[in-house]
Design a protein around this ligand. Structure first.
Ligand code: ZN
Length: 136
């Protein structure tokens, strides 16, 4: 596993939160992307070497909507960059980690992603992501 790729924050109102985080970082978001398959709209901020992803649900069945309903707004996941997603999945399975989705799916920001179930990682939802361009 490599560096923290980004931290994901669940928000109710992306537009309002974009203004809030732009004020916080002193720079606006650099990208908005909807992942229709996941029912989320995301925006990305850079602050120094770090990246923050804001996520807003676009439908009530979205995992973000369910998360906010249960826990309120706040930190939703921590994403780690990996070089070889398939190898990491195998390695972590051997260690007894449980996946939300074992088959990588396309996430925001040109990434293939899998999520580890928070029950097996101290309540923290962990995303592993690999740059799609690095697969070629
Ligand atoms: Zn993420």
């Amino acid at each position: 596993m490599e560096k923290i790729e980004h931290i994901g924050i669940a928000v109710k109102d992306l537009e309002r939160s974009n203004q809030l985080f732009a004020a916080l970082f002193g720079a606006p978001h650099y990208k908005i992307e909807e992942v229709a398959s996941e029912g989320v709209k995301t925006s990305f901020f850079k602050t120094g070497p770090n990246k923050i992803e804001l996520l807003q649900a676009t439908r009530s069945s979205s995992t973000i909507a369910k998360f906010i309903e249960k826990k309120g707004e706040g930190i939703h996941h921590i994403a780690f960059a990996v070089k070889d997603l398939k190898a990491e999945i195998l390695r972590l399975k051997e260690q007894g980690f449980v996946f939300v989705n074992e088959t990588p799916k396309k996430g925001a920001d040109n990434k293939l992603v899998v999520f580890l179930h928070p029950k097996a990682s101290n309540g923290v939802l962990i995303e592993l992501c690999q740059e799609i361009d690095s697969l070629k």
